[in-house]
Design a protein around this ligand. Structure first.
Ligand SMILES: NC(=O)c1ccc[n+]([C@@H]2O[C@H](COP(=O)([O-])OP(=O)(O)OC[C@H]3O[C@@H](n4cnc5c(N)ncnc54)[C@H](O)[C@@H]3O)[C@@H](O)[C@H]2O)c1
Ligand SMILES: O=C(O)C[C@H](O)C(=O)O
Length: 308
């Protein structure tokens, strides 16, 4: 199993590290445009192998796509991250050009790959890959909901004063400060609805804290987060590589599902060897449906800025 990660920056390197530690891939190739950067990150990570007990071979390259040939899975993390006070949408001007060039170069050497898009604004970047490549829709996956759901579970556990392993919950919708739809009515602690334990007001606070999870970290760190993003990507990569048929909310092209068409946005999907094996339709409340439609309007506004 060969995995390529483009962008050896904070998220790309974290993702490569988690993939290696989980020890399911034979090879990870890191590619960056900064001279020597991917090679350096790969060497540093390989020097963790004997310490962390993994056999995954990590190599780095400065812009040589031939090294990525026949990758089963390609992850795109190349592009600029936001700074405090910015939205993810403001990154489109620089990141759209990068994602367009990188995705077509990857496909040239790995025409059968499954592609995971991470660069922001992620839903629009995923849509861009659909519009500008010939990859089938099941092989183009946007990562956002897996991370947002992890943050939702963190906030739920905090409110419940419970261990995170007791908590389950999911966030669908756009990966943006206003577009996320945390499904509070479906969230549980040991299969009991969290509304049994938390007031409406506290649950509303959990929802709002979850939606601004990325912005909160960006303010604290001066740049956006990387540990949980890297871990979330590695979870998707593992589900595909090991054909786990696990459910994650991912950005995928909708063609009528959730009453939406011609848009990439986060909904629950089953991930396996073919990428997106199926889209899971869940019954949403009237309020959740409205929030999902508003979220889609936001994503469409950003999509309209693309020059395709
Ligand atoms: N979808 C998500 O949930 C999520 C989570 C975290 C970050 N992100 C996004 O991921 C992206 C990367 O974030 P980061 O913190 O790793 O940034 P970073 O600056 O640390 O790393 C980005 C890397 O991309 C490289 N790069 C730029 N253009 C390239 C090109 N054409 N080819 C190859 N490499 C290129 C840069 O040299 C840099 O090393 C940002 O757009 C950020 O907003 C998304
Ligand atoms: O917040 C960001 O800009 C990065 C990423 O999308 C995140 O949610 O951490």
């Amino acid at each position: 199993m060969k995995v390529t990660v483009v962008g050896a920056g904070a998220v790309g390197a974290s993702c490569a590290e988690y993939i290696a530690i989980k020890n399911f891939a034979s090879e990870v190739v890191l590619l960056d445009i900064k001279e020597g950067y991917a090679e350096g990150k790969a060497m540093d990570l390989m020097q963790c192998a004997s310490l962390n007990g993994f056999d995954t071979k990590i190599t780095g390259t400065t812009g040589d796509y031939s090294k990525t040939t026949n990758s089963d899975i390609c992850v795109i993390t190349s592009g600029i991250p936001r700074k405090p006070g910015m939205t993810r949408e403001e990154l489109i001007g620089i990141n759209a050009g990068i994602v367009k060039t990188v995705s077509s170069s990857l496909i040239e050497y790995s025409p059968n790959t499954v592609m995971i898009v991470v660069s922001n604004p992620m839903d629009t970047m995923t849509y861009l890959v659909h519009k500008t490549t010939d990859l089938p829709k099941n092989k183009i996956i946007g990562m956002g909901g897996a991370l947002d759901s992890a943050r939702f579970k963190y906030r739920l556990a905090e409110a419940l004063d419970a261990p995170i392993s007791d908590v389950d919950g999911m966030v669908i919708g756009g990966h943006s400060d206003t577009g996320m739809v945390p499904l509070t009515a479906h969230a549980t602690r040991n299969s009991i609805k969290v509304s049994e334990f938390l007031s409406k007001e506290r649950l509303e606070q959990v929802k709002e804290d979850t939606k601004v999870g990325g912005a909160t970290l960006t303010k604290l760190l001066g740049t956006s987060a990387w540990y949980a993003p890297g871990a979330a990507v590695s979870g998707l990569v593992q589900a595909i590589a090991c054909d786990q048929k696990k459910m994650f909310p991912c950005s995928t092209l909708l063609e009528g599902e959730y009453d939406l068409d011609d848009i990439c946005i986060g909904v629950p999907v089953i991930l396996g060897r073919n990428g997106i094996e199926s889209i899971v339709n869940i019954e949403l409340s009237a309020a959740e449906k409205t929030h999902m439609q508003q979220s889609a309007e936001g994503v469409r506004k950003t999509n309209d800025l693309l020059t395709l």
